[in-house]
Design a protein around this ligand. Structure first.
Ligand code: SF4
Length: 331
């Protein structure tokens, strides 16, 4: 099956059809979540979706397995909880997870201005305003003027230029000055895990979890003394965790473009990565990793293409591998 580039991103109000139903993305409260928010998000995922939540590379939470009916209830409850915004612009604003109160004030001002901006609907689908130190399409300082940012965006739109596409440099789990960065295997959370994290935060006196553009969560104010408890919940706390060597997209049955079970193979492969970067992709689109990897296995017609030092759409070295053959080819 060939890759289909959809050219737009789902939001809370604008779901995207996928192999396991509709998926939506949320970035509540500029990515700053208290334990009650975590509980509410877990309930949304379990009640209206299939309980699976992905961390995205743009600092959002992606909820899966919704239906046409449950999507409306999801939106209603997310709005009531203050976890989604009616103007549907929160996904455009990425605040540096290490940014302080000034960055949040700037974000709030930008959101107000953006919600009423005449060109709002003409913004390129994936364009974001990044506030703080994180890299982004239009970067604002924490005390920057939202109107200047919109004027810059206006110029890009009217001149037909694409915004600079960029990604913040990657980070790994571990201690930062602002807290503890933790990950989830292949960026996948379950509702029960999110609820368990909320309980842990309460018990440890942690008041805030921040979404990041590194597919990691920042436990603000936490230190490594809580690592063993976090690990017991299945989260990743160490930079040398073998699961971090492997990037894998959702694959089948969750994506209609995939014909292979990417995450099952990724779990088998993770202990054989031996320090090499591995990318398991359901198709040539390569959603989980845009950079090249040492080893890429890209699904096609129920089998895998093997690529070395390339991307999911690079020419394969071997083709037609089943999961066992793919495993043997790289260990
Ligand atoms: S790379 Fe994976 S998630 Fe992206 S379209 Fe292909 S199968 Fe789907």
């Amino acid at each position: 099956m060939s890759a289909i580039v959809k050219g737009w991103c789902p939001t809370a109000l604008r779901p995207m059809a996928s192999g396991d139903g509709l998926l939506v993305r949320l970035r509540p409260r500029f990515g700053r979540l208290n334990p009650d928010d975590l509980d509410a998000l877990a309930v949304l995922a379990a009640r209206h979706g299939n309980g699976l939540i992905d961390l995205t590379r743009r600092g959002s939470l992606q909820f899966r397995g919704l239906t046409q009916d449950s999507h409306q209830r999801f939106v209603d409850e997310a709005l009531a909880e203050g976890l989604a915004d009616r103007s549907d612009v929160a996904h455009r604003i990425l605040v540096d997870p290490l940014g302080g109160s000034q960055a949040l004030l700037t974000a709030a001002r930008l959101m107000d201005v953006l919600a009423g901006w005449r060109l709002r609907d003409q913004l390129p689908a994936k364009m974001q305003f990044a506030i703080g130190a994180v890299d982004g399409d239009i970067v604002m300082a924490p005390d920057g003027d939202p109107h200047e940012a919109l004027a810059l965006a206006d110029g890009l739109i009217t001149e037909g230029r694409k915004p600079r596409a960029s990604s913040p440099p990657p980070r790994l789990p571990g201690q930062l000055a602002g807290g503890l960065l933790i990950g989830a295997a292949f960026g996948r959370l379950e509702a029960s895990g999110l609820a368990a994290l909320a309980t842990l935060c309460r018990e440890e006196g942690l008041s805030e979890v921040r979404l990041t553009p590194w597919r990691l969560l920042l436990l603000a104010g936490a230190d490594e003394s809580v690592s063993h408890r976090i690990e017991a919940l299945g989260f990743i706390t160490r930079a040398d965790d073998p699961r971090l060597s492997v990037d894998a997209c959702p694959g089948t049955p969750q994506c209609t473009s995939s014909s292979v079970d990417t995450r099952a193979l990724a779990m088998s492969l993770s202990h054989h990565a031996k320090g090499r970067s591995v990318h398991i992709s359901g198709c040539a689109k390569g959603c989980a990793r845009s950079a090249s990897a040492d080893i890429v296995l890209a699904g096609r017609n129920g089998r895998y293409d093997l690529i070395r030092n390339g991307r999911a759409d690079s020419p394969p070295l071997l083709s037609g591998l089943d999961g066992d053959a793919a495993l043997r080819a790289i260990i």
